[in-house]
Each structure stands twice: as C-alpha cells, then as structure tokens.
Design a protein around this ligand. Structure first.
Ligand code: UD1
Ligand code: CA
Length: 459
C-alpha cells in the first residue's frame, strides 16, 4: 500500500473589513457573540483543525483587533487598504508554508463548524480547489457559482458583475475555500482588479484553476446556518439566538432541565452536574459551574462562580466571582459580589449584599444587610439591617464575627472589629469596640417614656 503523505494546513482568516453596516466604532469582528468576539469563534474553530499556522488579516481598527484577541498562536498581518479579498490573501503569502494546504475563513462568518472545514480541507489535500457553497433561496449580493453542462464548476461571478441570467443562479460562494498553497500563491500573482468594484477578487482564482487543469470541487455544510455572515446588528442578533438555542439544546441533552430553552443566555462556559434546573431569563457569564441538583430561579445573573450541590439560587439574584457551597439558599434579590465564599448550608436572603467575605457553614444573613470585608464563622445569625462599616473614607477594614455569634437587627459593626465566639449584640447597636465571647454587648440610648405627652393636632 502506498502511504499518502497528508499535507499540513495553513489557515488564513480575513478580518480586515470595517463593517460599515454595523454602524459602530468597534471593528466588526470584535462584536460579541455569546460573550466572545466573533473572531474568537472563528479562531477556536480554526484551532480544532490543528493547523501548522493561523494568519489573520486585519485592517480597520488597527492593533485594537490583535490586542482584544490576544492570541499568541496567530500571525497578525496588516492590510492597510481594503482592496478586496484577493488583495487581503496576498498580504499573507510570505507567511504561508510550502507544501501545505491553505484554508480561507472569514472573521465575520463565525458559526462554521470544524467538521465542515475538515471536508473542505480533505478534498484540497487531494490537489483540488474546494469551495464551500450553499443554495440560497435569496442569493442577492453573493458571488454565484458557475457550472458547465457537465456540472463542473468553472468560475464564480460576483453579484455586481453578473448578467441577469447569472443572477438567477442560486448556488453561491460562502467565501470559505481551500487549495494547495503552491497553486494559491501563483494564482494570487495573476489577479487583477478589472471588475465592477475595482477590487482584487479572490474568487477569480476559480477560473484560473480551470485554465490550469486543477480540479475544482464543492462541499456543502450540513446546515446553511453555518455560513451566515454578519453585516448588521440584525444579523448579530439572529446569530446570537441561534448560538443560544444550540447551547440550550446541548445542555438539555446533558440532562439539564431548562424551563424555557428560548430564554437562556450563556455568554461563556456553563458546566452543570446532574439534575440541574434553570428557570427563565438567566444569564451566565464567564466560567460558571453548577453542582448536582442545583436550582437557579428566574432572572438570575451569574458570572464566574461555582455553586455547590443541592443549593438553590432564588429568583433575581446576582452572583459575581464567588463560590457558593452545598445546601445553600441564596435570594431572592441577593447580591453576592467578588471574593465571597459561602460554606455549606448558608442562607442569604433578600436585599443582602456580600462582598469579599467568607461566611461559615450554617450561618444566616436573611434580610437587608451589607457584609463586606468580613470573616464570619459557623452558626452565626446576622439580623435584619446589619451593616459592616468597612470603609473609613480612606481604607477598608475587616470585621470578624466568630462562631455562634448573634447580631441583633439594625446593628452597625464599625471595622476593624471582632465579635467573639457566641457573643450576642443587642439590636440597634453601633459596635466600635471588640465584643467579648459569650457576653451580651449593646450600645444604645436608654428607652424613656414621657408620660402625658400630647401628639400635635391638625385644626
Ligand atoms: C465575498 C465573495 C463572494 C461571497 C461573499 C460571501 C469575493 C470577491 N467575494 O463577497 O463571492 O459570496 O464574500 O459572504 O471574495 N476582507 C478583507 N479585506 C478586504 C476585503 C474583505 O479582509 O480587502 C474580508 C472582510 O472583512 C470579510 C471577508 O473578507 O470578512 C469578505 O468580505 P466582504 O466585503 O464581505 O465580501 P463580499 O464582497 O461580500
Ligand atoms: Ca459580506
């Protein structure tokens, strides 16, 4: 058997366009899709193909694109003036490696799947020029695929250059293609800009391949959605929903119960254990891990957090950069801010804000409190309206509440301060000095009664 040597892959991502119809100062390829710049989706797909090299042609927005993406496995090549797709690919020629196959991707076509690209590349590894094409019911604006009587591809004509008859063709160029690099290099040298737009069309290489007796073939994606390009905010919104529906579908396949898959937004990476339930209108950002049997109520926003087994996050809670233990109950209307760690069995109720604090197991902060820069022990009860006064106007100070302490309602704990083990603080106290373990501490005006006092009356 003859061992056929499989050529390595170079990938070129075209991302220089301004995206005028986005009507935005942000370069088009940096607009976020499911929480990540569009270009990042394309690069992640590119990486799945294990290429020897990835080159990105950037232009509009300058270094902003490279800085935002911060990928050190990418060769960034600048195209100062956008003179067409052929001109764009010309900029990277000196970076392409000999004896490879080159795959062209578009930075604004973010949903193309790796398995589709693999098919395109595999055919190119047999020496062909391979085009990813689709049949568009409404092909306006696209380059049309020209075929001869035998059905062989013999050219692409851009919409603006096409005759009325050619405009009837529904098979269109998606822009994604692959070919042996050595052919690409020689074809690029022969491009001219003698066309309706005065641009160097990459698509002109198809006729050159035919003239050079290089076979031209096509591949079709499984779904036309893979090749949707983004030109406007409307396109963005449509793709966003498609990605979210796919994510919801994948989560349900893994066993997650979604009350309504159409009302879920995952802008990052959501990992779920068994028997997780997520109610409507939740947003997950960054990396979020939900343990087994976690329930997330409606309208929660959870970013970069882990939630332990059997914990319930009740509706309208906001959790950011925090770790929530097992068997906790958080919300409704709780705000858990960065640097917070709740141990197991903690209860946090409505209108409670916790920042940069550790809360020990089985402790409760059930109503209307602010706990910041604090270390709270186990079995602590913090009454309604308690505030840790952590900021003196210049510095932040810590509050320490030891195991078993009971903080009465409407207490201010002026940090730095320590409440000892099993200490009790009477309601309505302003605590400025350490409260000793096991004792009752209080600071309040004594209650007096003025007998016979009359309430003012309206006449
Ligand atoms: C191109 C194809 C067309 C195809 C369509 C699919 C050509 C000549 N035409 O048309 O056949 O149906 O895509 O969407 O190739 N870009 C650069 N530098 C440039 C010009 C473009 O980097 O100088 C990038 C853009 O950022 C974009 C991609 O190339 O990612 C396509 O450019 P666009 O202007 O959208 O191409 P079309 O004219 O729509
Ligand atoms: Ca386009």
């Amino acid at each position: 058997m003859i061992q056929k040597h499989t050529q390595q892959l170079n990938i070129v991502v075209l991302a220089a366009g301004k995206g005028t119809r986005m009507r935005s100062d942000l370069p088009k390829v940096l607009h976020p899709l499911a929480g990540k710049p569009m270009l990042m989706h394309v690069l992640n797909t590119a990486r799945e193909l294990n290429p020897a090299k990835i080159c990105v042609v950037y232009g509009y927005g300058g270094d902003q694109v490279a800085q935002a993406i911060a990928a050190n496995d990418v060769v960034w090549v600048h195209q100062a003036e956008q003179k067409g797709t052929g001109h764009a690919v010309r900029q990277v020629v000196s970076h392409l490696q000999d004896d490879t196959v080159t795959l062209i991707l578009f930075g604004d076509v973010p949903l193309v799947q790796a398995h589709t690209c693999r098919q395109v590349v595999a055919q190119a590894q047999h020496g062909q020029l391979v085009l990813l094409t689709v049949d568009q019911p409404d092909p306006g604006g696209y380059g049309r695929i020209l075929r001869d009587a035998q059905g062989n591809i013999n050219g692409i004509v851009e919409h603006k250059d096409a005759s009325e008859q050619q405009r009837q063709i529904r098979e269109v160029n998606t822009g994604i293609m692959a070919m042996p690099t050595k052919h690409l290099v020689s074809w690029l040298q022969r491009l001219n800009c003698d066309n309706a737009q005065g641009e160097f069309y990459l698509t002109d290489i198809v006729a050159m391949a035919v003239a050079d007796d290089v076979a031209v073939s096509s591949v079709h994606p499984k779904s036309i959605a893979e090749v949707f390009g983004v030109n406007s905010k409307n396109d963005m919104a449509r793709l966003e929903r498609m990605v979210q529906i796919q994510t919801a579908h994948d989560l349900m396949e893994q066993g997650v119960s979604l009350i309504d898959p159409a009302r879920l937004d995952v802008r990052g990476d959501l990992q779920c254990g068994r028997d997780v339930t997520i109610d409507v209108n939740c947003v997950f950002e960054g990396k979020v891990i939900l343990g087994n049997n976690v329930v997330v109520g409606a309208n929660c926003v959870i970013r970069d957090a882990s939630i332990g087994d059997n914990t319930v996050i009740v509706a309208f809670s906001h959790i950011d950069n925090a770790s929530i233990g097992q068997q906790c109950r958080v919300g409704p209307y709780a705000r858990i801010r960065p640097g917070t760690e709740l141990a197991s069995g903690v209860h946090v109720g409505n209108f409670v804000e916790i920042k940069n604090s550790e809360i020990g197991s089985e402790s409760s902060i059930n109503h209307l409190s602010y706990v910041g820069d604090s270390t709270v022990g186990k079995d602590v009860n913090i009454g309604a309206g308690t505030i840790t006064c952590n900021y003196d106007g210049v510095k932040k100070h810590r509050t320490v509440i030891e195991d078993g302490a009971f903080i009465g309602s409407d207490t201010q704990l002026v940090a730095p301060v320590t409440i000892g083990k099993n200490a009790t603080i009477a309601a309505g106290s302003t605590i400025t000095k350490n409260a000793p373990a096991g004792e009752l501490s209080l600071s309040r005006g004594r209650q007096i009664t003025i007998s016979g006092w009359k309430r003012p009356k309206k006449y």
